[in-house]
Design a protein around this ligand. Sequence first.
Ligand SMILES: [Cu+2]
Length: 325
Amino acid sequence: MCAAIMAGPALAFEPTDGALGFQPAATRIAERIHTFHDFVLVIIVLITLLVLGLLLWIIVRHNRKANPVPKKFSHNTLIEVIWTVVPALILVAIASQSFPNLYYQDVVPNLQQITDKSEKLLADGKDSQHERFTKDYFPEAAEKGFVNVKAQGNQWNWTYTYPDLVDDSGYPLEFVSNPVHVGVSTDGANYADATGRSDYASKPRNLAVDYPMVVPQNRYIRYYTAAADVIHSWTVPAFGVKTDAVPGRLNEGWFLVEQPGIYYGQCSELCGVNHAYMPIEVRVVSQEQFDAWAEQMLAGDYEAAYASVDVFASNEQATQFAAQQ
Ligand SMILES: [Cu+2]
């Protein structure tokens, strides 16, 4: 049991009361977004202070009493050059940080290139370069290939499909992920009826689902989004991931999570009356747990599969467990 807990989800990533800032980053994508956010925040604060200072200066020094006879010049070439060039440079500075992040997140990595580059850097003895490279790229995971998952938005739940996990008749693993609670009540009658579980009171409201998306830790996850009816958006804040799910289109993205845990998100594109009640729950588990879960799901034993990844009865327990580490 102890070993099972040790290997199980250890952190809960969800909104918390009174929190300021982002949920902790669970992926390199989110880390880079947070760094970029902090960088832009400094620029924003400096500009705001400058504008505030100029305003105060004008209010105090150039009001009617302090400055009864205003000067009447209409041009100042130097100052016009400054207020054109400096903002342009600020925008270039922001873009220089923003575009690499966009590219990093938007382009699904070429795993072969990652493996090759990692091997080449090591072979050339460029250890420090290799260390920097492995901050953003994960050669060990790249060697294992992608885990593919499709998230289809429906009014109002998500369907997850694992095209690589195929049963004996050739059908891929596919299941619907329904919310535990619907609406403002914490009543989970539908959930209890459907699953036979009675733990709905301990689940985070409007975040928990009956059958979560499950992925292995330290693997490149390539996800696709699609929609059955209207536009939805598949979002997990701790991953720094948000991809529109558009009817008739297939969008894609990727993430890699090192830390096992329970990660929550919500549909982030207004999609109708129950938009607030189609949450996203991702459980990141060890490869062994993932394989066992997949086998049970393919065999149709959803409850046993769920139990195998539900090492913690509640997120509170998961958080407490993580705090004790
Ligand atoms: Cu939606």
